[in-house]
Structures are given as C-alpha cells and as structure tokens.
Design a binder for this molecule. Structure first.
Ligand SMILES: NC(=O)C1=CN([C@@H]2O[C@H](COP(=O)(O)OP(=O)(O)OC[C@H]3O[C@@H](n4cnc5c(N)ncnc54)[C@H](OP(=O)(O)O)[C@@H]3O)[C@@H](O)[C@H]2O)C=CC1
Ligand SMILES: O=C(O)C1=N[C@H](C(=O)O)C[C@H](O)C1
Length: 270
C-alpha cells in the first residue's frame, strides 16, 4: 500500500473513460487506479477492466457502485453526462474526494447542484482540460480587450459525429473569455444560432457555429473580423490524451486544497 492518491474513473467505457484509464495506469509513480465505474446494467459491470479492453487481466473489476468506489478514493475523474455528473458530485462531496469534472453540456440547474457539493469538497471543472486551450482562453481575453467592438467575434468549433452538445464546452469558455475582455457577461453578447432571414449582424455580439462529423477530436477558431483584416486564434486537438493528462494533473493538484470550485486556470497557474 502506498500513499499515492487513489483514483476512481467514471464512464470507463467511454471515449474519455478509456483514455483516462490508460493515462492513470501509465503513471504508477503519481496515482493509483482503485476503481472504474459504469452505470448499472452496462455489460462491463462485474468484468475485469483489462479483459473488457482486450488486454491481460488487471485485477480491477468494473463496478456500478459509486459509494463503494469513492469510499476508497481521494479523487474522481468524471467525463460522463450532466445527469451522472450531478449525481456523482453529491457522492464525491460526501467522500471528500476531489471531483474533476470534464463533462460539458451542463445547464444552470446542474451547475447549482455542483456548487452545493463544492461547499464540502474540491471540484475542478473545465470544458477543456488541455494546456493549449486554456492558454488560448487567456489569449482570447487579451485580444478581445485590446480590440474595440468594430471587430466582430465569431467562434467556430468542429467535433466528431457522436458529440451530443453544442456549442462545445470549449467554445463557451472562449466566448466567456472574449466577453470578459469586452467587459460584459457572455449572456449579454451571445447571438442566438443563425438560420433563415437573420438580419445584419448586431454590433458587438459574439457568434457561435458548430460543425459535427467523422472522428474530429476537437477544433476551435476564435475569429476577430474587422473591415479589411481578420485575426484567427486556433487550437487543434489531435489526441484525447491532452484532456486526460490535464484531468490527472487537476486531481493531484486538488489534494489538500480547501473545498470550493476551481478550474484549469487555477491548476495550470494561468
Ligand atoms: N473537459 C474536457 O477536456 C473534455 C470534455 N469532454 C466531455 O466529456 C463527456 C464525455 O465525452 P465522451 O467520453 O466523448 O463520451 P462517451 O459517450 O464516449 O462516454 C461517456 C461515458 O459515460 C458513461 N456514463 C453515463 N452515465 C453514467 C453513470 N451514471 N455512471 C457511470 N458512467 C456513466 C457512458 O456510459 P453509456 O454509454 O453506457 O451511457 C459512457 O461510457 C462529454 O460531455 C464531453 O463533451 C470530452 C473530452 C474532453
Ligand atoms: O465531446 C468532446 O469530444 C469534447 N468535448 C469538450 C468540449 O465540449 O469542448 C472538449 C473537447 O473539445 C472534446
């Protein structure tokens, strides 16, 4: 037995769940993977994680019991769905485990429940856990601050065909940063999705467009368009390991911190 932080991963069979599992298993000097969760009724429940992922047995059985998993954990890595994340946030708080939330598509009623859980435990939440995107968020804020509202701001994102929410969590982070640079909340500046006779673009607003197709991991452009010139800030994700590495970093960073809500800016010191 070591005193390395013990980690539970939720949604183990998902695109990110698999990546998180591989990332934690590849860091035996920094963390211990003690439990992997799936929802009740999932075919992986009760099976060895190594076997179901096509490898040698790992001696770790996939469970559908988050209470038991969290009782032995110091951190929960959670890239699942809004409903699952809200449920898990109450349980992680009860266990005083650091809850690292990558799940996107969270609405105000979900966020209110997560905030309540964060009164008792550390929650690190970000719509994108990569270093590159979090740097881009800072750059976006600075560029928006430097330019006046004659520069139209448009955020364009592309993701794989299975993504269920739009705009992406990252696009919303970038939009919030641009709005902050402009000195107003995003809710005041955001344009509704465009279709039909939209009329001319409203001065000073921030627009969003989403593309879905194939296996695109995640691409984001922040376009500042003025008369005669354009600035485009771009991030291209080509491998999901960038998000998983960020999540593990957040879980380790959160150990011993005061209960509350944090993001990747806090973790990365940006
Ligand atoms: N913040 C970031 O850096 C990133 C965030 N994301 C976000 O992470 C989320 C997941 O993405 P992705 O991995 O592509 O999605 P997937 O659909 O591939 O995976 C989600 C997983 O969560 C599981 N799940 C759902 N409900 C529960 C539950 N109650 N208990 C345990 N497991 C559950 C699903 O199981 P089942 O299929 O059986 O329902 C599935 O295995 C999305 O919101 C996405 O936007 C993704 C990448 C990076
Ligand atoms: O669903 C995804 O895949 C991703 N989701 C996050 C988002 O909504 O921005 C992060 C990344 O772009 C991949």
């Amino acid at each position: 037995m070591t005193d390395l932080p013990a980690i539970t991963i939720a949604g183990a069979s998902g695109r990110m769940g698999r990546m998180l599992t591989a990332t934690v298993l590849a860091a035996p000097d920094r963390a211990r993977l003690v439990a992997v969760l799936e929802r009740p009724g999932h075919p992986w429940v009760g099976q060895d994680l190594g076997t179901v992922t096509g490898g040698a047995p790992l001696g770790l059985t996939v469970t559908d019991d988050p209470l038991e998993a969290l009782a032995q954990s110091q951190a929960l890595l959670d890239f699942t769905s809004p409903a699952a994340t809200v449920e898990l946030s109450a349980l992680a708080a009860q266990a005083r485990a650091v809850h690292v939330i990558g799940t996107t598509g969270l609405e105000p009623h979900h966020l209110a429940k997560i905030s309540a859980a964060a009164r008792h435990a550390v929650v690190v939440r970000a719509g994108n856990m990569s270093l590159g995107v979090n740097l881009l968020v800072r750059l976006t804020q600075k560029v928006a601050q430097a330019l006046d509202a004659d520069w139209d701001i448009e955020i364009v994102e592309a993701h794989h065909r299975m993504k269920v929410d739009a705009p992406s969590g990252t696009a919303l982070m970038l939009g919030e940063a641009a709005a902050e640079g402009r000195g107003a909340p995003l809710s005041d500046l955001r344009t509704p999705a465009r279709e039909g006779i939209t009329g001319a673009r409203k001065h000073g607003t921030i627009g969003f467009s989403a593309i879905r197709g194939g296996d695109v991991v995640g691409e984001h452009d922040v376009i500042f368009a003025a008369d005669g010139e354009r600035i485009v800030l771009r991030h291209l994700a080509t491998d999901r390991s960038i998000f998983a590495r960020g999540a593990l970093k957040a879980a380790l960073w959160g150990q011993g911190k005061k209960p509350g809500e944090y993001d990747m800016m806090d973790v990365l010191g940006l």
